[in-house]
Design a protein around this ligand. Sequence first.
Ligand SMILES: Cc1ncc(COP(=O)(O)O)c(C=O)c1O
Length: 408
Amino acid sequence: MKSAEQLDLEDALAPLRKSYDLPDDQCYLDGNSLGALSHAVKASIQEVVHREWGETLIGGWNSHGWLELPMRVGDKLGALLGASPGETLCCDNLSINLFKGLAAALELQAPRTKIVTEASHFPTDNYIAQGMAQLLGPERCEVVAVPQEDLGTTDLREVAVVSLAHVDFRTGACRDIAGITARAHDAGALVLWDLAHSAGVINPALKDNDVDMAVGCTYKFLNGGPGAPGFLYVAERLHTAANPLPGWMGHADLFAFESSYRPAPGIRRFLTGTQSVISMAAVEAALTVFEDVSIEALRAKSLALSDYFLTLLHEQPDTQELLCLTPREHSKRGSQISLRMPMGYPISQALIARGIIVDFREPDIVRFGFSPLYNTFAEVRAAVAELADILRTECYREARYQHRLTVT
Ligand SMILES: Cc1ncc(COP(=O)(O)O)c(C=O)c1O
């Protein structure tokens, strides 16, 4: 097997790491949770605050195109997702966009009322669906949460919309977006995909796969910053759907201040209120790095990093017995490796103390995220070496690693 040095030397994407402001003493393997800060984002925030807001004040809405940011940034996101221009908005957050998408789908699919979701979906996805059922009542909305293993066989013939994650946040498993979407369509159901863990590392080919709706966030592999806005994709053929949160930003003539609502044509109708200009400008800047690299090249490097991680894990006597929850098959693997370890929390804390930044998900999962934009093979090797040492020495038993932090 090639050395980490050789792999880094041969990596055509390696120079991109210089675009990021990463601490020298850390191997940052948590881009699946919060992406790194790029120099472009830093500069953009300065520019927007000092020059755009500071110098032009209210005039910025006209002179700096602030009003168009959700559509402009949406199209840049759409290009990474295989969407056509005019089908993606950058706005709100994933949870709110999911609410809009599910409500729009239920309206389009009436008299069907069922939302099928996976029982182990990211909590917000299920909370939003449950909240919708409570709001609309059983005549208009019913949530059916099915175990993952039953998703392939669940009867969808009376289902309005299927709400699923492209990449599972716990296991890192990547779903067959084409196959599942086609199966749902055959039964007359729509599909809404949560792309939180795939946007920026896997092309979901939304148009080619005939996906109906999708939502995502920009703070993970897209590096938009903590709490950065989310996105909403709605296929053009569904732009007749109503926005359940019709606000003035989605009005056909927002500065006419009409007393009743008329939706704007196209994707804009899914806007609600005023968006955060500073945060959205940061997302726009974060996306510039993607102009010089294809999503396929990023996917290939992401898989190479996780392959290398798995190979090293297997070679080390201290790590080879660990239970890996992430599928080995490339088409079924996202951009993280999830290891199940009964002492997962203190082990994650011991790794972090040694500069290997990972995260932990209940009840016993340690996640290693691989961002092909900035992670190196040398970091992967360091992570496995430290993990092996932590397991061998059992230093994770020390009292200092047992304390539960709020964000794990
Ligand atoms: C898969 C998935 N869905 C939804 C969310 C929540 O998104 P937001 O808090 O931006 O609404 C997250 C957050 O990490 C996530 O990982």
